[in-house]
Structure formats: structure tokens, C-alpha cells
Write a protein that binds this ligand. Structure first.
Ligand SMILES: C[S@@+](CC[C@H](N)C(=O)[O-])C[C@H]1O[C@@H](n2cnc3c(N)ncnc32)[C@H](O)[C@@H]1O
Length: 196
């Protein structure tokens, strides 16, 4: 566990704190790998979608990254895909890999900070590669996150030097879940990035 104190806070301690996605008042603005591990261990993963993107069905090889072991294992178990887990060399982490021929691999490792992440993703992209980025517009002065607000300027700041940035969709993603966070607007923006 991290050095952070987890657990419920009483009414007095919550004064001035914002409700987070996990239903408590812990400050989650700088979540560490251990903090995510803790949330997965509690099953506080409402963001986890039952339906996955159909990239596999369309014949693509899928390579994912996740920092929590139980999340990777849960993925394969939920989809009844047999798998192996192998420690990575050169970096702390584990490779989870399907053993029935399904072209899917999950790397369990810490995927850096945003600017390093952007550089790695841009490096990995082929010349005509495409990268779909999902962002949210959310008032984090009311709601403690995650998710955290990322507008077009944030995306351009992180990726703009390396990639062409095009916003291809914007939609109202406000549901009862977001209403429970105390906010009244939740917009999902989708960007298509291409190598410059
Ligand atoms: C809000 S969730 C989104 C999960 C997924 N995209 C979905 O919609 O179900 C963020 C996920 O990223 C993982 N994560 C957080 N920080 C990470 C890091 N530094 N490296 C790799 N994975 C990380 C968390 O454990 C969590 O499962």
C-alpha cells in the first residue's frame, strides 16, 4: 500500500474536500500505482466497461497497458481467455498473454507521466498510424475525479509537437452516475491523432 492513509473519512474531515469517483473524499488528484491497486482491491471499478471495443473482432492485434495485476487477470478471466504471466526484463512489470491464439497482450507496468507517455505513443506509431484519444470535460472544482478535465489545449500541449490533433466527436456523456458526483455537465471528446 502507499504511504497515503486510505479509508472512510468522518463528516468533520470531509469539510473542504471534494467527492471522488470512488464515493469518498480522499484527494485522488495524484493517484499512485498503489492507490489504483487499492481501488481495484475494493472493486471500485465502475469505469470498467462490460463491453470491450471491437478491435479484436475486426482482426487487429490488441496490446494494452494497465498498472494493476488483478485488473489484468480479471480481464482474461472475465473473457474466458487462457493466459500466461511472465515477468518483463529491463523494467518492473509482467506480460499477460493469451495462450489460445487470441492476439491480445497486456503489459502490467507503470506507464509514466503524460508527456513521457505522449512521446512513447508517438514513437510507436507508424507513419500512417492513427491514435484515438478519449477525453472528458468535467468540472473538477466540484468533483474530485477521476476523470480529470482535458480540453483541446491540454491535448495539444501533450501531443501537439509530435502529432496532428483532430477532434472527431463530442457528445453529452452525462448519466445518473455523473449526476451523483454533484456536477451538471459531462462531455466526452474524441480526438484522432496522427504522426506529424
Ligand atoms: C479510469 S480507469 C480507465 C480504465 C479503462 N480505460 C476503462 O474505461 O475501463 C484507469 C485505469 O488505468 C490504470 N492506471 C492508472 N495509472 C496507470 C499507470 N501509470 N500506468 C498504467 N495503468 C495505469 C488504473 O489501474 C485503471 O485501471
Amino acid at each position: 500500500m502507499s504511504g497515503k492513509q486510505h479509508g472512510t473519512t468522518n463528516g468533520c474531515e470531509t469539510v473542504g474536500r471534494k467527492l471522488n469517483q470512488f464515493g469518498d473524499f480522499e484527494d485522488v488528484t495524484n493517484m499512485s500505482v498503489n492507490d489504483w491497486d487499492y481501488r481495484w482491491s475494493l472493486g471500485q471499478t465502475k469505469f470498467h466497461m462490460p463491453k470491450v471495443h471491437p478491435l479484436l473482432d475486426e482482426g487487429h492485434e490488441v496490446i494494452g497497458n494497465e498498472c494493476v495485476d488483478s485488473a489484468c487477470r480479471q480481464f482474461f478471466e472475465e473473457h474466458n481467455i487462457p493466459y500466461t504471466s511472465t515477468p518483463l526484463t529491463g523494467i518492473e512489470g509482467v506480460l499477460y498473454q493469451a495462450t489460445d491464439g487470441t492476439p491480445i497482450k497486456l503489459y502490467r507496468c507503470d506507464c509514466f507521466d503524460l508527456s513521457r507517455y505522449a512521446r512513447v505513443m508517438a514513437d510507436l506509431m507508424k507513419k500512417d498510424g492513427r491514435y484515438l484519444l478519449d477525453c472528458f470535460l468535467v468540472d473538477n472544482s466540484v468533483f474530485g475525479g477521476p476523470p480529470f478535465n482535458s480540453d483541446q489545449n491540454d491535448v495539444k500541449q501533450a501531443f501537439g509537437k509530435l502529432c496532428k490533433v483532430e477532434k472527431i466527436d463530442t457528445k453529452d456523456a452525462f448519466t445518473k452516475w455523473q449526476e451523483a458526483w454533484g456536477i451538471d455537465s459531462f462531455i466526452e471528446d474524441v480526438y484522432l491523432l496522427g504522426k506529424k
